[in-house]
Design a binder for this molecule. Sequence first.
Ligand code: FBP
Length: 551
Amino acid sequence: MKLISPLQAERLKFSPSLPALFQECGSNVTISQQEPLLPAGDKDSIHRKFPETYGKPIITFKQGGKSESQPYNVGVIFSGGQASGGHNVISGLFDGLKYLNRNSKLYGFLNGPCGLLSDNYVELTSEFIKPFRNTGGFDMIGSGRTKLNNKDQFDAVKENCLNLNISALVIIGGDDSNTTAGILAEYFLANNISIQVVGCPKTIDGDLRNEWIETSFGFDTACKVYSELIGSICRDAVSAKKYWHIIKLMGRSASHIALECALQTHANITIISEEVENKKLRLQTIIESICSVIVNRSRQGKNYGILLVPEGLVEFIPEIKVLISELNDLLAENSANQEDIANAGDTKELQKHGLSQNSAEVYLTLPDDIRLQLVMDRDSHGNVQVSKIDTEKLLIQKISDHLSNLKIEGKYHDSFSSQGHFFGYEGRCVAPSNFDANYTYNLGYTAAAMIRAGETGYLSAIKNLNLPVSDWQPHGIPISGMMNMERRHGSEKPVIQKYLVDLNGKPFNKFAENRDNWAQDDDYIFPGPIQYFGPESIADSCTITLSLEKE
Ligand code: FBP
């Protein structure tokens, strides 16, 4: 038998809690239809793209009849980056389907959407799933980032599902993957293919969220892991009193993770990309405001501190955003060559290769390795891989330069010593917190209930997540109702709108009210590691973001 740690062994025994409704009748529920959910904008365009699923109602559940339901054959995939709790979505889905009929079958397609295309699958039996219950990671069936976006792919999915008599597909993914779930549901309905499609909201980034989806799974666990690490670094900083720690936190676009970690730890400075964009703060302005905190703290004898930086920052700094967009266009159209731009030594030469004068000047102010990352690290569409840019190193370099100038001017008298960190992958596959373990299990269980109800083009969701699990309310949200039109790769596409930090929202306000104090005082909080056992107030807590938003 494979050796597992004592914690793993205890964690396997964890039995996720169920909301009152599922406790009473399992997944054998019927639905009550609520108001139709229409998209907030672009109604006509979205109606044209989703004639079959447009205007579907939000659904809630009530006790079903006693009769045993038919057996279901269901397929499931993970799509995109890992997020703690994925295995419990599958466990909940499996248990929900077996509750409906013990002859139901669940097939896991391997390594994400590409497994659906290549018919690469495994049957998920009770024995197969058992060792993965309450564990982190997506290794039960793997994940991937292949995009399903054309008719040939949709037909391959249909073929491979029908060969296994699969009548429902569950897609566990973020905003893009659930957009695909909506498009696939529409395609199947329009072509009389009887395969239901149900999505589940996953991403540590916390940006698949709206009025109906209170949070995406994995956000809770990831923030708890990062906050533990940040708390430990705060303690080290205040003990050693010699370093500024510049910590980049995962979250490709939105700054929810950075904001939550700031609320959990009271780090001295946290940059929120959405505020940078809103106030049109240039890189130099950001650097000057960071340095003013460093100088003030140094005057109080505190030549140390912690700065949190969201991973996606550079794309929100106005002049860098323009530069990235120009580079994307030039390199995607192949009208410029990566090496030519990388080797260009002055603005004239850069302009010759297609950059505007402003962007050429901005480009030349960046450190060499950042320039190379901007030009050479491209994704398959030719776009800059923003998540691979060493933003923490960029800031360290710029802060050092500015402080040296202040020193020459006699305004700063210390020496700046820094440590750069990136917290990302270490937070995505940890054994899910109790919150995520319960949430994900119930998302899977709700997906089974939605399959039982015969619904398609829906996202599995749960309301009242700040309350005890018994008060949680499972429901289904029509994906077409969450769409808006966005320009992607040169044309207007329907996509689920990404939720960025709301600068009028309670979590940001709480941060904004306190940040001046956190900058000057050592008001650090040390959340410590995730607790799986012990007092509910510790082991079952949800994020500060969620509790403030639901206040
Ligand atoms: P998803 O949106 O697919 O869940 O992924 C989010 C994320 O973890 C980002 O925070 C990060 O920028 C990115 O994935 C990293 O991607 P990769 O795993 O491909 O390196």
